[in-house]
Design a protein around this ligand. Sequence first.
Ligand code: PLP
Length: 237
Amino acid sequence: MDSPDEQVEQGMPERIDAVRSRIHAAADRAGRDPDTVNLIAVSKTKPPDAVREASECGLRIFGENKVQEAMAKIPESPGHLSWHLIGHLQRNKAAAAVQLFDMIHSVDSLRLLETLNRLCDEAGKTMPIFLEVNVAGEGSKYGFKPDELPTLLPDLPGYTRLECRGLMAIPPYTPEPEQARAYFRRLREWRDRWQDDTGIPLSELSMGMSGDFEVAIEEGADWVRVGTAIFGERTKR
Ligand SMILES: *Cc1c(COP(=O)(O)O)cnc(C)c1O
């Protein structure tokens, strides 16, 4: 017997439709054009078949957090997709990352900036990047400390092979999306202030995941990184 509260298992097309309507609704609430919100389908731990199915529903941008996994998955996936790195990058994997990815959301140290700029120069590539900010000052999280960025930003034009799009953050996990709002707002306010103070453009914000992307959009997210709400739960690894 089915219990009355048992959920009917949704397929991927239904889940993607639901994510898209939630993006539209959140953009409407914020008075924003929904087309300015870019959806990254976070396919980490999911097989190439899942990527293919999502791509058949019209998704084009996929996010991975591990170079090794992306290296195996990308050649097995449809060829017309764009791949974004969203996880911490070790410098010994940076050369591979430069080859594999079209954008890196998780640049979290000065040394990584330097390494990526050099490798992109050698590869004759320009890489769009985001600077990851440790928005809650958590010891367990990667990212620049907020107080080191205003002094670093004026040096960015020297990294001629990197095109800084803006700031990225992963707020502390909470079961209640409203509790993430203050962190998203803080990232936007820092962005506005640093941009004014340094004259360095930081036009885009990469923030919001399955649990909180609507709040992130209301607070100005240009890129949301959504895994579970598209692909279903991940098995622990
Ligand atoms: C896994 C991951 C996501 C997606 O998380 P979901 O909660 O499954 O949507 C987004 N951003 C980063 C950096 C991630 O590692």
